[in-house]
Design a protein around this ligand. Sequence first.
Ligand code: SF4
Length: 615
Amino acid sequence: MARILYFLNRRPCENVPGKHFWRNAYCQSKEMILILDFYVDEPACFGVPPYLSPYCRYAAGALVAGGIPAEQIAYMTVDQWRAAGKTLPDEYELVLLISGTTVPGRYLGGKIGTVAEVLEFLDLQARHDPHSTTLIGGPIRYASPEIQKSMREKGGWLIRGDLEYYAERLAAHPEGIKKGVHAIFENARHPVFPAKRSYEDVDRYAPRGAFLTALHPNNPYLILELETYRGCTREVFCSFCTEAFYGKPVFRQPQGIFDEVAELSRMGNRYFRIGRQADLMTYLPDMGDFKNSFPRPVPESLELLYTGIRKAAPDLKLLHLDNINPGLISTFPEESRRIIEIICRYNTPGDTAAMGLESADPDVIAANDLKCSPEEAMRAIEIVNEYGAARTDGLPRLLPGLNLIQGLAEETERTFEKNYLFLKRVLDSGMLLRRINIRQAMPYKNTKLERGRRQQKLRGRNKLEQRFIYYRDRIRKEIDHAFLKKNFPAGTILREVIIEEQNPGYMLGRPLGSYPVTVKIPLDDALAEQARKERRPLDVVITGWEERSLRALHHPIDLRRLGLKAIETVPGLSRRQAGELFIRLGKGEVGDEELLRITETLRDLRFDSASLPGP
Ligand code: SF4
C-alpha cells in the first residue's frame, strides 16, 4: 500500500515542460531539500503544533545561509507524512529530519513522531529513494546507543551536535550536496558529528529561516518558540533533567532575537512564546554572583528583551513565556518582583509561568537536587500572584503553573500525600494556580536519575504507583477543578480558540497560548461547527467546568443556532427549561426580547473584576 501511495504521490517535473519526467534530485527540481518535522518536546523547547520549534526554522535558515534558495526547501510535518500513507510528495536530495522528546507528554495539536517511526522512515527511504541523504537532529541525539546504531545501519546520519551547523556546511559545499555528504559524513572517522553552532550562527540562520512559517499547515495560527539561551543556569542539576547536557549556559544577545522577531513579524506571524530557555528570569543574569546555586537575575535584561520584542513586532497578538524557576524567585525576591512586574507589563494576558517544583517531599527534594523547598515554592507562587493575578480582558495576566514528577529517588507512599497537601494549601490560601502538570519521570541515559535506577531494586514500585494514581486523581478532582472555576468564571471570553479534535458529542479546542486550557464545545453549536469546518479560530464564552477543561459556546451566543445539548449548557437554565426553550425556538415562538434576556444572564455572570480572585 505504501508503495502504491508513493508512486501516486509523485508529480511530474514542472521544469521539463511537455515531458513525462519525474522530478528527482537530478533534474532541476524546485524543491530539493525537505525539512521533515517529527516534532520535539524537551524541558526547555516545544515544537508540537500549534508550536513550530526553532530547530526547524534554524535548519531552513542554515540551508539558505549556505546558498540554497528558499524556494528549493520544502517542509512537512509527521502528521502530514502519516496522512500521506508514510510517503513523501517527491524525491529529495536531502532530508533533514527533526525529532525527539525527552519529557513525557500528551498532545492535542499533533502526534509526536516516535523512534520506531524514524526507523520506519529510514527503511522506506532506503527502498524508495536510495540516492537521498537523511540527516537526523533535535533531542533524538540523546537516544540510547542501540537506537543510534539502528539509525546509522538504516542509512541515517544522526547529528550529536547541531543539525543546522551541518546543514549549512552541506549547502555551502563547493561541489554540491552529494559530494558534501561524501566528504563530511561518509568519510568521517567517527560517525558522531558533535560540532555545535554558536549564537552568531543562530543570528544568521534565524531570520533566514522565517520563511518556513509560511509552509506550515497551521499558518498563520502558529506559535513561534523563541530562544534566549541553552543550558541550565543552576550550579547543580536536577536528577532527571537533560538540559544539563547542553553544558554551561550560553546566552543569545538581544539584537539577534529582535532581528528574528522582526523578520517573523514581517512574514505575518503574530504569536510568540519566549520558551527556549531553562529559566527566563535568568536571561543574561549576573554569572559572577551565585546564591543557593542560582545566579542573581538582572531585571534590566528582561526589560531590554521584552521592549525589544514589542518594538520588533508591534502588532503581535501573543507574547507568552515558558519556564521560570521557583527556587530562584524565593532566593532573589526583590529582583524577581521587578522581573515579574516587567513581564506583566509587556506580555499578553492569559500567560502561564511553568515552575518545576517536582516534589513537595523534603527527602525527594534532597535526593534529586531539586530547586526549592515547599516553603520557597509557596513564596514564589505568592510573588507571581502579586502582579500576575490582575486581570486584563477578564484573564489573569500571568499565573504560575506547577510541575510535579513521579518516579524520583527516595519517593515513598507519603510523598504523594505531601504533594496533594501542598497544593491544597495553595488553593486554601486564595492564590491562583493555572495548571498542575503531573508527569512520570523518564529516566534519560546519563542523568543522575537513570544511574540511580540502574542500581535501585524495583521492589515496592507497584504499591508506590497505586498511591501516586490515587493522589493524582484526587488532585484532578478536588484541586484542578477548583482552580479552573476561579481562573475562568462563567462568562469569561476566550479569544481565538482553535478546534483541534472532534469527539462524540463535542469538539475540543484551545486558545493560542502557553499551556492553554482545553475547551469543550457541543457539536450542535452550529456557529462553532461552522468555524471548525472552515478551519478558522473562534471566540467562545465559558459556560461551565469539567475536571480539567472548560465547557463553552460560540461567542456571541445565538440561541437560534444551538441544538438541545448546547442549550442545556447555558448557565441559569434547568434541563426542563432548556428543553422547553428548544421546542419554542423550533416553533419560532421566542421573540427577540426574550432571547436577549436569556443571553444577558451570561453577561450578568460575567466577570466583575472586583469580585474575582486576585489582588
Ligand atoms: S533547574 Fe533543574 S529542571 Fe531546570 S533546567 Fe536546571 S537541571 Fe533542568
